[in-house]
Each structure stands twice: as structure tokens, then as C-alpha cells.
Design a protein around this ligand. Structure first.
Ligand SMILES: Cc1cc2nc3c(=O)[nH]c(=O)nc-3n(C[C@H](O)[C@H](O)[C@H](O)COP(=O)(O)OP(=O)(O)OC[C@H]3O[C@@H](n4cnc5c(N)ncnc54)[C@H](O)[C@@H]3O)c2cc1C
Length: 346
């Protein structure tokens, strides 16, 4: 069934809670519905959303917003040979964490570390969501889509989707918006494959027995302690990407930090191939004094400075963007690094 609404209030359809309207909102609940939508006729621009948890609406949306309610989880194939994968097909409109909960209950390994990430299955394949040492590309087998240009169904194997850190071919500006994800086939496993190397996960899980359910539980607890519940305080998670810089640039940052904070001080970083260094944006934002600071209705989250929140629940997009700009300017001034948003500005 296709349902079209005009001047749809989007407040509850984006986790930042921006009070904006969409001129036209089209929701559908089956793969076949996509054939009946006249894409040429839709008011432009056209945007397909999931749970709206990686978006910042900067204004009312003047075109058409599409949303999938394709909602199924189905085991396609399971062989008794060990360790053959259990192939599971999941509709794009399924809440990703519902899928994680289902998998944990079934005793299936693969997505337990991705528990409690907001959003839906369709977007997970676009975003290549990741947490606690796992990215969704590790368990994706095939992504099924509707091509809105050729008006046909297509599918892509994981190898063809150019997956990288929070990145996929779907984000390529040349094709962005062309393909609508309808469902995703994941390769899960009944063979235990715990990934516990990240943070304090091992210590939190091992006493309770290592199962997908136990890992899921531990991760949900950690995430709840660190991140604001979007139902209580609007946000889109990590607002900025972690920048990657050259080794010389990093040395300059480190010696300035040692001069300021003491010779034993260590700047958090991850060494990458080719002499590149990834520096956590959260550390830089904190060093610039932003942690916990408010600016109008917006604020930097006190427990995780990478997250900008709709502190009052009434923040205007301009207030979020204003805070974003001030953070970017101060990080540039202090570290000579340009931060880029991870959150998509609409
Ligand atoms: C509190 C919080 C914590 C978070 N933690 C994490 C984390 O740990 N790891 C992580 O990776 N992310 C995290 N995120 C970001 C967010 O959860 C992910 O980016 C998620 O995949 C967004 O899903 P969504 O359904 O809300 O997509 P939306 O934000 O609605 O859309 C994201 C993108 O996907 C596209 N899209 C959506 N559905 C479809 C579809 N069916 N077909 C084609 N394109 C589509 C949209 O056009 C858009 O470009 C967090 C966000 C919040 C609010």
C-alpha cells in the first residue's frame, strides 16, 4: 500500500527532532509498490529516508520524502555443515536493532556488536554502519534495490559496493538517490565468532557466558551510558568524521599538546597505513573547550563531545548549524584541521 501525505510534520521522523515539514511524504510497504510510484511525477528534490538518524534537516523540505515500511525477516538458507552461513533476508524498513534482537534470540552470530545503533536496515547498507570492531559490510552478502532511473530491480554483491568507513557506492554523488534499497541478505552464523577486542567489552561479557545475547546486552548497557537516548534528547550520533592527517602534522599537534598538558601527555590517535594518522574529533572538540557547552537550544553532549544535541528539544536548525560552525572554526584555529560533518545536511 502506498500512502501519500502533504505537508507532513517531520519532527518525529528525524532523531534530531527538527521541527520541519515535508511538502510530500510517501510511505509504502511492499517491494511491488515501488513499481507503482511515478518517480518522474514526484515533486523534486526526492529523498528516501530510513529512521532519520543520520540527517539534519536545515529547513522545510520542498520536495518528496519516501519511506519504506518493507518489514520482514526471513531465513533463506541454512545448511547443517559447519561453518556454513545462515542467509537471512531482511526488509529495508526493519529497524536495524530489531534485526539484531531477532538474531541474538535465534543464537545467530554476526550483528550482535551492532546492537542499538539507531536506524533501519536499508540505510545500514548505505551507511556501512559500524561499532565495536564490526561493520555491517562484514555480514552483508547482497543488497537488493529498485533503480529509479531504469525503473527495474537490481542487486549488488557486497564486493561491488565499494564499502569503506561509513561509506558505500550508494553515496557516490553521481548515483546518490538513484537506488532504493528494498532488502538486504545477510550471512550470519551459528558458529560462535565473538569480537570482543574493543574497549571493555571482554570484561563486561565474559562473566555471563559469551553468547550473541550476552554481547548484545553488554553493548546496549555501554551505549546507554555514553550516548543520549534520542527519545529524550535529539541527536544524530557522531556529528563529525574523525580526520586523517599526515605524520608531520600529527607530531606538531602532539608537541603542542605536551607543551600545554605535560610531557607525559599522549594524544589519542590511530596509526593508519602510508604514515597517516587518524585523530579523534571528540578529543579536539574537548580540547577546544566545547564539551558540555550550550549555545541556544543546541549543546555539545557532556559525555561524548562528538555528539551535538537538541538540548531544549526546541532547537532550530540554525542553532545546530551555528554551533557546528563555531566548533569547526575553533578546531581549525587550534589544530589547523578542518572537521567535516558525518551527519547529512538536508
Ligand atoms: C544516538 C545515535 C548513535 C549512533 N551510533 C552509530 C554507530 O555507533 N555507528 C554508526 O555507524 N552509526 C551510528 N549512528 C548513525 C545512524 O544510526 C546510522 O547512520 C544509520 O544507518 C542511519 O539509519 P536511518 O535509517 O536513520 O537512515 P537515515 O538517517 O534516514 O538516512 C541515512 C542515509 O541513507 C539513505 N537511505 C535511507 N534509507 C534508504 C533506502 N531504503 N534506500 C536507499 N537509501 C536510503 C538516506 O537517503 C540517507 O542518505 C548513530 C545515530 C544516533 C542518533
Amino acid at each position: 500500500m502506498i500512502k501519500t501525505t502533504y505537508y507532513q510534520d517531520m519532527t518525529r521522523l528525524n532523531t534530531f527532532g527538527m521541527k520541519v515539514k515535508a511538502r510530500c511524504f510517501v510511505e509504502y510497504d511492499s517491494v511491488a509498490d515501488l513499481v507503482d510510484i511515478e518517480f518522474e511525477e514526484l515533486a523534486r528534490p526526492v529523498l528516501h529516508i530510513g529512521g532519520g538518524s543520520n540527517l539534519l534537516f536545515t529547513d522545510d523540505f520542498k520536495g518528496t520524502i519516501l519511506h519504506s515500511k518493507i518489514n520482514f525477516i526471513e531465513i533463506l538458507e541454512e545448511s547443517s555443515d559447519c561453518p556454513s552461513p545462515v542467509l537471512v533476508s531482511v526488509g529495508a524498513g526493519v529497524v536495524f536493532d530489531d534485526f539484531c534482537a531477532w538474531a541474538a534470540k535465534e543464537g545467530l552470530w554476526g550483528v550482535e556488536n551492532l546492537s542499538y545503533i539507531p536506524g533501519e536496515v536499508g540505510a545500514s547498507a548505505v551507511q556501512n554502519i559500524g561499532a565495536y570492531g564490526v561493520e555491517v559490510k562484514d555480514v552483508i552478502r547482497t543488497v537488493y534495490c529498485y533503480d529509479t532511473v531504469e525503473e527495474e530491480f537490481v542487486n549488488f554483491d557486497v564486493e561491488d559496493l565499494g564499502y569503506g568507513y561509513r561509506d558505500s557506492a550508494f553515496k557516490d554523488p553521481e548515483i546518490k538517490g538513484r537506488y532504493i534499497v528494498t532488502h538486504v541478505v545477510f550471512a550470519l552464523s551459528r558458529t560462535p565468532q565473538p569480537k570482543l577486542d574493543y574497549g571493555h567489552l571482554k570484561a563486561a561479557v565474559e562473566p555471563n557466558g559469551v553468547t550473541p545475547e550476552a554481547i548484545r546486552k553488554a553493548i546496549i548497557k555501554i551505549r546507554k551510558e555514553k550516548l543520549p537516548e534520542t527519545s529524550v534528547m535529539g541527536s544524530a550520533g557522531s556529528f563529525f568524521k574523525n580526520p586523517v592527517i599526515g605524520a608531520e602534522h600529527f607530531e606538531r599537534i602532539e608537541s603542542a599538546a605536551k607543551a600545554e598538558l605535560g610531557q607525559d601527555y599522549k594524544v589519542p590517535h590511530y596509526d593508519l597505513p602510508d604514515g597517516l594518522v587518524k585523530v579523534p574529533a571528540a578529543w579536539m572538540i574537548e580540547q577546544c573547550g566545547w564539551k558540555g557547552r550550550r549555545s541556544g537550544g543546541a549543546a555539545v553532549w557532556e559525555k561524548q563531545p562528538l555528539v551535538i544535541v537538541n538540548y531544549t528539544g526546541e532547537a532550530f536548525p540554525e542553532e545546530i548549524i551555528g554551533l557546528e560552525r563555531r566548533i569547526v572554526a575553533s578546531v581549525k584555529a587550534k589544530f589547523d584541521i578542518e572537521l567535516h560533518p558525518e551527519v547529512e545536511h538536508i
